[in-house]
Design a protein around this ligand. Sequence first.
Ligand SMILES: Nc1nc2c(ncn2[C@@H]2O[C@H](COP(=O)(O)OP(=O)(O)OP(=O)(O)O)[C@@H](O)[C@H]2O)c(=O)[nH]1
Ligand SMILES: [Mg+2]
Length: 418
Amino acid sequence: MFIDRARIKVEGGAGGSGCTSFRREKYVPLGGPNGGDGGHGADAVFVASNRYTSLLDLHYHSTWKGRSGENGQGKDMHGKNAPELIIPVPLGTLVKDFETEEILAELLEEGQRFVAASGGRGGKGNARFATSTNQGPQFSEKGEPGEVREFIVELKLIAELGLVGLPNAGKSTFLAASTAATPKIANYPFTTLSPNLGVAKLSQYRLLTIADIPGIIEGAAQGKGLGHDFLRHIERTRVLLFILDLGDDDPVKTLKILEKELAQHSDVFKKRPKIVALNKIDVPENAEKAKKLKRKFKDCFLISAASGEGVPALMEHVWEVLERVRREDKGEEIAEAPGREYTFEAPYTIERIPQGYRIDGKTVERAVNMTDFSNEEAVDHLQRKLKKMGIFKALKRMRAKEGESILIGTAELEYQPE
Ligand SMILES: Nc1nc2c(ncn2[C@@H]2O[C@H](COP(=O)(O)OP(=O)(O)OP(=O)(O)O)[C@@H](O)[C@H]2O)c(=O)[nH]1
Ligand SMILES: [Mg+2]
């Protein structure tokens, strides 16, 4: 198994600001307020899609930011909400919090979603603040900033096709021919020292992951060579592809050796469908030999990993076998989604700090973030809001003194007892 990991930063779109405006009509000296609300900022959402098989795209695109909502306008026109920002990830993606590494979501099914960062709420226009005592409010709310979060996204890549062969048989060359992987290839044994992985794209939606492991030699089970250590990497593949070098003295014997080594390593290989490819058909002497040899295998493909000859036909066959196995395996792999626990959270907390008090809490911070402090009326409105939430009472109980600082989010206010 291989783990693909990416660190990404996601930011929801900011809400649009509310508008301060008044009706203008002929012969009406002072129209009522008609400033519209700002639109919602974009939520950023992870969506599982079977069109993706690796996190490669996230490695190249590590910061995502949703669009802002539109600002409200006069004549009660609300700003448009921003469309959702979709971050596509492959099925099986695990989303973890960057700081705590807590698993937040496991996206297993097509279309399954997880909201990574919420967009900010749109600010209310001044029309919303009209009351019997203040019929012409001169202020509106600013849009709320979008949420900003960092994640570690993980994908356990389970290769579906495992390549098995003696050193130098051409396994890495085959991986390079069928996928975009660029493994080291050389004309000496044990070129590959650790597993390589590639994704073969047969057509837009037909993708399959291939594992190329170091060559296996006779006696590997007793510790010879390197290959045995890596057999566990292909234990979970659904299909095995044996790559045999036509230049070998006796490829039939080679296949027997390889099968024996696999059997000694683990019983799981017994049930795996096996496909045989005779490689290096491009070498003239091999072409002759291949004709006779072909009959000795029940089912085999003649290919040249180097020139690509025969590779597409082989891949189509691999795909057919895989589709059958996938259908059969389906029942086994139902992973449970992690349960969620809900805990009670106080709406805000007040903490004594050297210069005064610090208030933390989503609603309070949001109210502050959405206030335009250059506008007296807006500040008054905030005061009333905080009062409704019982913040002044709480501060009084904590014996806050006039002029002490109250820190909320990024704002610093001054405490005035009522
Ligand atoms: N002529 C010819 N040479 C090939 C073909 N496939 C691979 N080779 C050559 O065979 C040699 C070994 O190829 P690799 O792909 O490194 O073999 P491997 O099976 O990955 O070897 P290890 O990693 O050592 O296990 C290289 O020199 C390749 O260029 C082929 O189809 N035709
Ligand atoms: Mg190799």
